[in-house]
Design a protein around this ligand. Structure first.
Ligand code: COS
Length: 379
């Protein structure tokens, strides 16, 4: 086993760090307060290759692997979980779905634009009544001539409003038929397709979330991804990879909370000495770092499996489960270490905690990860 970071990882980490300090940190509080999704910042991330990190160069991507993708998300997560979530959803869900399951024509048409940030990507599986129980979705697509006609809604969709292209999972067969769901590509502006922004989220507020509405939306057959009926299985595979991105982002948020805590604990004096000198605080830091390092190892292990085309359902799930819970713990401890200050927006701890909480929910809750892991153990 080699634990050294490779040259690309070092280079990407430095590049993302510089970008985040200049283009994200100065504005993230304002974006968070105003729930503003900075499309311009996303475009800049696209120009740097961060919206097509694992897409090959022939399709306009950076041509890196999941290893580098995980590294980039860890760095962004240290600064802003909201922007990190947008980068993750764009790369592994929308762009990844077209890359792994799309036809040559679909890849040539969409990937160069998605990978460079000309297009922002969205991905829709969840509905208002079907989150964990994704297969019970109600939105339907019915064949009419050469078109499919879609009706229904999708909910909690990252970039649902700003997305230039959305991949949506829609029922084309019987309820609860695992071969009865199909993936479609829908472009912004398609008649009958609209979106409404979801407001007042606890965290990741710089990342746009929306409800998608389909009213007799006509989609040509050429926008079906892969085979009709294979959408659910494609989505499960996409989520296997997506969960690595949420694990990576969680590691970044956790480390951001930890680093802010160390700085505070060394500066803040009580009883005549820095609070870091008290074991009550120092042990919190020790616990945080130990868990972060373990979460990173699980995450890089899952990324390694993905890069080597090995099964990763179980490893992706426990990386996501563990790392997201560690992120919440670290955010919580950061608030505790900073005391009253940590409870205010003047200090970064509360935002780490709010952003971290979504990590235990999105792309499958911690409870769903335990279902996935236990099924893999017992099958
Ligand atoms: N890769 C490929 N295929 C998979 C798979 C995977 N990781 N996981 C399941 N499948 C296949 C199964 O093999 C099964 O195929 P058959 O019917 O041909 O045997 C089919 O998909 C249905 O799987 P399963 O019976 O396990 O479906 P369930 O309804 O029991 O659901 C869970 C399984 C709960 C794991 C799934 O619904 C899930 O992940 N839910 C959470 C969804 C989620 O993460 N939503 C958040 C989206 S936010 S971006």
């Amino acid at each position: 086993m080699n634990f050294d970071k490779n040259e690309n990882q070092e280079m990407i980490a430095q590049m993302v760090r510089d970008f985040a300090e200049k283009e994200i940190r100065p504005f993230m509080r304002k974006w968070d307060d105003e729930e503003f999704f900075p499309v311009d910042t996303m475009k800049k991330l696209g120009e740097m290759g961060l919206l097509g990190i694992f897409i090959p160069e022939e399709y306009g991507g950076a041509g890196f692997s999941y290893n580098e993708y995980a590294t980039a998300l860890m760095e962004i997560g240290k600064v802003c979980g909201g922007i990190g979530l947008s980068v993750a959803a764009h790369n592994s869900l929308c762009t990844g779905h077209i890359y792994y399951h799309g036809s040559k024509e679909q890849k040539e048409k969409y990937l160069p634009k998605l990978a460079t940030g000309e297009f922002i990507g969205a991905w829709g599986l969840t509905e208002a009544n079907t989150g964990s129980d994704a297969m019970r979705m109600a939105a339907t697509a019915v064949k009419d001539g050469n078109d499919w006609v879609i009706n229904g809604t999708k909910n909690w969709i990252t970039h649902g409003l700003s997305g230039d292209v959305s991949i949506v999972l829609i029922r084309t067969g019987e309820l609860l038929d695992s071969n009865g769901i199909t993936s479609f590509i829908i472009e912004k502006g398609t008649p009958g397709f609209s979106a409404v922004k979801i407001k007042d989220k606890l965290g990741v507020r710089a990342s746009e979330t929306a409800e998608l509405i389909f009213e007799n939306v006509r989609i040509p057959e050429e926008n079906v991804i892969g085979e009709v009926g294979m959408g659910f299985k494609q989505a499960m595979q996409i989520l296997d990879g997506g969960r690595i991105s949420i694990a990576s982002l969680s590691c970044g948020i956790a480390r951001g909370a930890y680093e802010a805590s160390v700085k505070y604990a060394k500066e803040r004096e009580q009883f005549g000495q820095p609070i870091a000198h008290f074991q009550a605080i120092a042990f919190k830091l020790a616990d945080m770092l130990t868990q972060i390092e373990a979460a990173e190892l699980l995450t890089f292990q899952a990324a390694y499996l993905k890069d080597n085309n090995q099964p990763l359902t179980k490893q992706g799930a426990y990386a996501k489960y563990y790392a997201s819970e560690v992120a919440v713990k670290c955010g919580n401890e950061a608030v505790q270490i900073m005391g009253g200050y940590g409870y205010t927006k003047e200090y970064p701890a509360e935002k780490f905690l709010r952003d971290a909480k979504l990590m235990t929910i999105g792309e499958g809750t911690s409870e769903i990860q335990k279902i996935v892991i236990s099924r893999e153990i017992l099958k």
